[in-house]
Design a protein around this ligand. Structure first.
Ligand SMILES: [Zn+2]
Length: 284
């Protein structure tokens, strides 16, 4: 009996051992499978879905739709209407200094549009002499009949016209004296027989003796309100003198010396009875 039981126990044990012992060693790997077919590109898939177009069309198709428009910006400020403005000029500035052969020029510009104006501010041929605080005019060697005396020379005011500075000059016809001049010397224009018109701006205190004596063609003169006295013989022989344009309102306040007969009968326009029209003194 014991032997039979033992046998019964051994048999399953052997079967177990043999079961393991019967398993073969690992077999060889199989051969590689064949490659699958290539996948499709996204573009091809897109085409397969019924779309048509190039790759670029496809790429564009991928992009999102356009966004909505942004809101409008705020309005800009109004520009300046340059077609309808009154020029706003700064003061005249010396542009070219006068010499004995070169007229002097001044320029001014509009601060709004840059419009530039230029004017002759001094006539070539004037001769200058430095004096205390500025310059005096000593003479005229120019050929122009129109003489403009500058208000400044070398950056300093022209304050005086020397005694006899233009005496016997038979070329000059029109003379303009700026308000920088405070004194016109005696006989300054004596016997300037072609002289027709003179404009003296403010600040001269007197017209000295003989200043215009013998100016037989002198027709008109602007005399500023600053003038309080007219010297003897100042307008002697000014037989064509027709008009005095006086800056003050009462000509009778001016003290008039002897031998100035033309002043008695000449037409006198005072204060606002006259004005400049294109630079020419004109009765209103
Ligand atoms: Zn302008």
């Amino acid at each position: 009996m014991k032997r039979k039981l033992l046998a019964l126990m051994i048999v399953p044990m052997l079967m177990l051992v043999c079961g393991f012992a019967l398993t073969g060693c690992g077999g060889k790997n199989g051969t590689n499978g064949t490659n699958g077919t290539d996948g499709k590109s996204a573009y091809q898939i897109w085409l397969d879905n019924g779309n048509t177009g190039t790759e670029n069309d496809f790429l564009n198709w991928l992009k999102g739709q356009n966004g909505t428009n942004g809101t409008n910006g705020t309005n800009g400020t109004n520009g300046t209407d340059l077609t309808a403005h009154t020029h706003t000029f700064g003061g005249w500035k010396v542009f070219i200094q006068p010499t004995e052969i070169q007229d002097g020029y001044e320029i001014r510009t509009c601060s709004l549009c840059g419009h530039l104006e230029i004017r002759v501010s001094a006539t070539a041929g004037l001769t200058f002499n430095a004096i205390s605080g500025g310059y005096e005019i000593t003479g005229y060697t120019g050929t122009s009949a129109n003489v403009i005396i500058p208000a400044t020379y070398n950056g300093l005011p022209v304050t005086h016209i020397q005694t006899g500075a233009f005496q016997d000059n038979i070329i000059i016809k029109n003379v303009t004296i700026p308000n920088s001049v405070t004194d016109i010397g005696q006989s300054a224009f004596q016997d300037c027989t072609e002289l027709k018109s003179v404009i003296i701006f403010a600040n001269v205190a007197s017209i000295r003796a003989l200043t215009f004596s013998g100016c037989t063609n002198l027709e008109s003169i602007v005399i500023p309100e600053s003038v309080t006295t007219i010297g003897n013989w100042a307008f002697n022989d000014c037989t064509k003198l027709a008009a005095i344009f006086y800056g003050g309102t009462d000509w009778d306040l001016v003290s008039i010396g002897t031998n100035n007969a033309p002043l008695a009968s000449v037409d006198k326009y005072c204060g606002d009875e006259w004005h400049f029209v294109n630079g020419v003194p004109t009765p209103k």
